[in-house]
Write a protein that binds this ligand. Structure first.
Ligand code: KIV
Length: 251
């Protein structure tokens, strides 16, 4: 079967793009049935599912396993799977890793980083694999950078982001995630591109928004990012249900 082309994927994403992470069958199915346009099998699963400090311990095997679960639950949404840490060090490694994610059911892969990722993106496009880029705060580099911080505060950083976004579009990315980018810079990037920018913690003027599902449904109460709007209380519902179960058994 031919891979979905970036142009075809873009016909399935209309602005404002609604995107959310999912890591398993029932969650992906609910998100899809609710009408979200894009589901990211994010390596954030290393934190919100596996309970690690950051995403760097996620492996390609983990991503393949979760992509297969998500694929079984999704009929309409575009499925994008993250290339995890250290699985895309050079173009051939990137291609090999991406092929595994596509075989597991992803429509496209996502990689973190700006200009240094261009040769890898080009290699994937040569083989017909659709790519979502990701710039701004890069969770896979949090250890090198010594923490999470907003990107684009200085002129130099803002210009680097703008140049990266333009080059990634030119190299064939079908969308770009902007994570924790100063809102004005995210707006400027969005205005310069013809592919959608999908923001998280980057203001309201991107071509769409992506969120980690646990933040949206209130399933990870121990840490909620400052930009997140919590729309539900899944943790509360689970807790109360389990307490009711325990009470029933005791009575
Ligand atoms: O892994 C992830 O969930 C992500 C989003 C935060 C964009 O990359």
């Amino acid at each position: 079967m031919p891979f979905p082309s970036p142009d075809f994927l873009r016909t399935r994403l209309s602005e404002p793009v609604t995107a959310i992470t999912a890591y398993d069958y029932p969650t992906a199915r609910i998100c899809d049935e609710a009408g979200v346009q894009m589901i990211l099998v994010g390596d954030s699963l290393g934190m919100v599912v596996a309970g690690n400090e950051d995403t760097t311990s996620v492996t390609l095997d983990h991503m393949v396993y979760h992509t297969e679960m998500v694929r079984r639950g999704v009929k309409n949404a575009v499925i994008v799977s993250d290339l995890p840490y250290a699985t895309y060090d050079d173009p051939e490694m990137t291609l090999e890793s991406s092929r595994r994610l596509i075989a597991a059911g992803a429509d496209a892969v996502k990689l973190e980083g700006g200009l240094r990722q261009i040769p890898k993106l080009v290699r994937l496009r040569e083989e017909g694999i659709a790519v979502c880029a990701h710039i701004g705060m890069l969770p896979q580099r949090v250890r090198e950078e010594g923490g999470y911080r907003k990107k684009g505060k200085s002129d130099h950083e803002a210009n680097t982001l703008i140049t990266a976004a333009e080059s990634l579009e030119q190299a064939g990315a079908f969308a770009i995630v902007l994570e924790s980018v100063v809102a004005d810079v995210a707006t400027e990037i969005t205005g310069k591109l013809s592919i959608p920018t999908i923001g998280i913690g980057s203001g309201t003027k991107c071509g769409g928004q992506i969120r980690v599902i646990h933040d949206v449904i209130g399933a990870y109460p121990w840490f909620v990012p400052p930009f997140a709007t919590v729309y539900g209380d899944v943790a509360g519902v689970v807790r109360k249900s389990i307490e009711s179960f325990i009470r029933d058994i005791h009575n």
